[in-house]
Design a protein around this ligand. Sequence first.
Ligand code: FMN
Length: 354
Amino acid sequence: MSSPLNRAEAFCQRFGLRVPILLAPMAGACPPALSAAVANAGGLGACGALLMQPAAIAAWAADIRSTSNGPFQVNLWTPDPAPHRDAAHEAALRDFLAQWGPDVPPAAAEATPPDFAAQCEAILEAAPPIVSSIMGLYPPDFVRRLKAKGISWWANISTVAEARAAEEAGADVIVAQGMEAGGHRGCFDAAKAESSMVGLFALVPAVADAVSLPVVATGGIADARGVAAALTLGASAAQIGTGFLRTPEARLAPAWADALARTPPEGTAVTRAFSGRTGRSIATAYTRAAAAIVPAPYPVQRALTQAMRDAAGKAGDIERMQAWAGQSAMLARAEPAGDLVRALWQGALTLLGS
Ligand SMILES: Cc1cc2nc3c(=O)[nH]c(=O)nc-3n(C[C@H](O)[C@H](O)[C@H](O)COP(=O)(O)O)c2cc1C
């Protein structure tokens, strides 16, 4: 069994990092300046491209390349099967949502995410050093084209079975997402997202034993103790999402950033009420009330809640905002991202006895 620091060093060398601290890809919360700050401090930048049109993906990559020489990953969800539509159910949901925001017209449900194939072409064109998948595995042809361009494929997984499938499909790195994680859970099968909740302390060693690829740990890591623990458990690097959301570079809505600071681990909730896919957010009046409804499938629920989410954002109303948060939200620090990366790694080195 290799030592945590040797493992981390080998990983850093392979991917051009100085420290094994990675910004998590976060759709809608990954401005290039945040990635540049993390990459310039020796870590890995990240772009959550789910909601970005091809031109925006190209612009994001150009932006970080103009402000950092450091490596970065671009992340894309694999598409879900077409959702099952139920007009009567959607009408009931629109009535429910009208109690929480503006009226929702029937046409709102038709909004569709950007085209996956076009996003893949934009990513191949932008040629980031690393592309990461979540919610499933990439089509074999896309994997072949990534590899032909020398782009590494990192696969997010949430169970040991998913890790094995990703290794089999040719992934270069396994990103093990514990159920503590903020934002959407990366389960391959949306229907199993609540029933297959595995915590990071159990997931990382089990995945490290099951596959022969490097493992990145993510979910609930937000201070040096978490980084040191992740490496000790068998990870080669620690990936942090919520822990970076209070940095000035994240430019998060102030109501959301402030709420993170007062959210204890038990103050988050796993809910499908924002998008139709299971994710962890701050527990709010909306998530509690929505526990009584059955949300529409992704991406219909996301489209139906758009007006409420926009209104909540404008009003700075945390009780209706889509305020994703991992269970370690309270540990997130409001300090520059580069300083945070350095402090996390220094602290982890001390804890690991180096
Ligand atoms: C605001 C937000 C948006 C996210 N969006 C994505 C995404 O688009 N793709 C993805 O793979 N993971 C996404 N995630 C999950 C993160 O990549 C990562 O798994 C998670 O942040 C780790 O847990 P932590 O927040 O406790 O650090 C998101 C997380 C947050 C908080």
